[in-house]
Design a protein around this ligand. Sequence first.
Ligand SMILES: [Zn+2]
Length: 85
Amino acid sequence: MDIIRGCAECKRITDAYESETMSWFRLEGHLRIAEHGRYKSAIDRIATELDAATRRRTELRLELKRHKQTEHFGGSGAAPLTMRA
Ligand SMILES: [Zn+2]
């Protein structure tokens, strides 16, 4: 992801994204093992966690996009979030 150098918020979001990505890969590895062994309950549990990790990654991507739009590219295109609703 492209971030603005020196911005603490950009760094915070990308760090969080990277750690979610790591746990996503770890969960996927666990899922493969569980599927191989046909551990039904483990498969269900891991699949649920994998879904949650996928959602968190999507949210972090959106959060970074919104942050960049409002903090770094304010005025171009969409109105800042604080101006809405
Ligand atoms: Zn930033």
